[in-house]
Design a binder for this molecule. Sequence first.
Ligand code: ZN
Length: 359
Amino acid sequence: MLVGYLRKLACVFVSALYLALIANDLPLKAASALAAWKLENNGILRLRTSSGAKLRAFFQDAEPGKGDRVWIDFPGELRRPRTLLGSGPVKAIRLGKPENGFTRLVVEFNSSISIDPSKLKLVGTSPDQWELDFGELPTIGFSSVGEGSLVRTHSKRTTSKYQFLDSSKLPKVSRGRFSVVIDPGHGGPDVGAVGLRGLRETDVVLDISLQVAKLLEQRGVKVHLTRSSEIDLDLPPRTAMANRLNVDAFISIHANATRNTRRDVNGIETFYYSGYKGFRLASLIQSEVLNVSSGSPDRGVRRSRFFVIRRTNMPAALVETGFLTGRRDSAQLAKTSHRSQLALAISKGVLLYLKEVES
Ligand code: ZN
């Protein structure tokens, strides 16, 4: 499949110490060794992997219809192959499954960009951290992009790295400049998912949403709620409201469930439909929600065709704040204190997004 122009890049561990750690920490299942990545607008690609993972990096010259490409292969399989649109010098970033048992992260550059592979080196800076410096790249329109947290947050050795938020820690944006729609999922006769001990999605998400509205209002953001009580509300009026008011962002708040009530399934995921701004909004919410969701797995930021994020004209995200059917998540979602933390986390994500738009 890969003919000509293919060149393997140097892959260097900075210290021999790390090589000694490789043997004892292989993942039990064949899940992808890639845990998080970020391509910064200074041209540095940062990766977090499972500890001691063996990576391979490659370069391929441009060919008709395709720019220069650099890719890295990781052991273990990705759950969902996906493509993210690049910005500035980067055409796209693809995460795929080139063959069974492997994950491939491809950075494709625009055809105007020429990469010198002799200068590229994938360097391991710690047993689970890697850097690849693409050197001088044009910075115009180049925004950092990434998925997951480069800082390991589920370490068994540390007690708790989780954040405890209070409203004084929320970022500030220009007062009166922004407006958003907060959409508590479901409502009225549509109670949404029903989880362990009868915990109902509509109750959980309405409580969180009302708090988000209050917190954002305190920061000078105009908030419109699609519902503020238990009413029956279809999906089209929710998006129509956001489109009519022409708000800066639309955020739909939900809680998840598995169909077969698998108690071992827990985790946080946030969806967007299209565009870099939607992706950023979803990413910032996802990472903040993860920060307050002790031990709940990161299910990632994903594209989806959900009606409310597809039919809104502005950047839109739908956050699933945990699994009502999951043992770990449902115990958390049932707590008033945790729902307050979730509201603070979602508000922080929205404010960080508005700050990005502002600058
Ligand atoms: Zn829902």
